[in-house]
Design a protein around this ligand. Sequence first.
Ligand code: SAH
Length: 345
Amino acid sequence: MGDGSGAAPGPATAADPLAGIDLAAAAATAGAWLEISVAADHEAVEAVSEILSRAAPGGTSVEPAFELVEDGLAARVDLARPAIVRAHLPILDPAVIRAAVARADRDLGHLQAFGMRPIGDLTAAIVLEADWANAWKAHFPVLRIGRRIVIRPTWRRHRRQPDDIVLALDPGMAFGTGLHPTTRLCLAALESLGDRALVDHGGADGAPARVLDVGSGSGILSIAAAKLGAREVLAVDVDPIAVEASRANARRNRLSRVIRAREGSAPSGEGPFDVVLANLIASLLITLADGMVTDLRPGGTLIASGIFLTREAGVVEGFGARGLVLVNRWEEGDWVAMEMRRPPS
Ligand code: SAH
């Protein structure tokens, strides 16, 4: 993957992405938008999306490289090939567009200089709304993650297998579409807890688990936990947009009665929980460790993800200092998720 397959690193003197585009003419055309896009290694997708979203108030879409399998009913994401991150800018004032594109181009250059994975050049094109309003949906397939968890974009159909846990998601937001390896690892860990009846019978008395999802984002982990049989899920996030997304996605899955989303973090003050889920980054996991352990009942399970391989020992140590014991780990690429247990008191 380090060979930059396909996504050539942009040379420092990359051409102006707007060269040859007549913004003034486009501004006078009804339904014309500027589409900007970048090919990015999947590890760089989040950072690239963030940069493009600063230019595009409507947000970005991420189109993973995938191949259709099972007669086109399912898809397999190809993580070795770059994903395409796209954003659409309304063309009102050409000068504003030029400034936004120049800034995105510069920020992408900085990201490249940070030694991130390969990022392609920023490219731009005028597109007509009628063409892309629905066309982008073709880029989001139904995704199977692990053995039984299936992410179904809301407009797609899925022929369910008897064991399938199907999450209906609107991947308007980049994070939590199941694309990012840290989310996939967390779902794999959750599936494994499910297989061991630690969700549907995860309570101290064998009752369905109470689950806390710290940094819920799109709510994907909360929905998976609820579908695996949790009794109650509290989804907290410091970002109000994430809280709204978690709530909307819970509703979409008819889980509003099980999942409650609100602004917050750990400790939530609403413990004890039987299971705590946290897909954050290593430093934040360590900072929040005290709060999360406070929220976790003795004998309860914590799933921590978002951990770069090089930070694994530090995270194990951080939670170890608070009495937690590592019982399982899952790895994908440079990322690790772990399952830790708080010893029974
Ligand atoms: N759980 C989702 C999203 C993970 S992204 C998934 O697995 O895909 C991490 C989320 O943590 C973001 O939505 C971010 O807003 C949130 N976050 C960042 N700092 C936080 C904090 N201190 N407490 C709670 N949430 C936080």
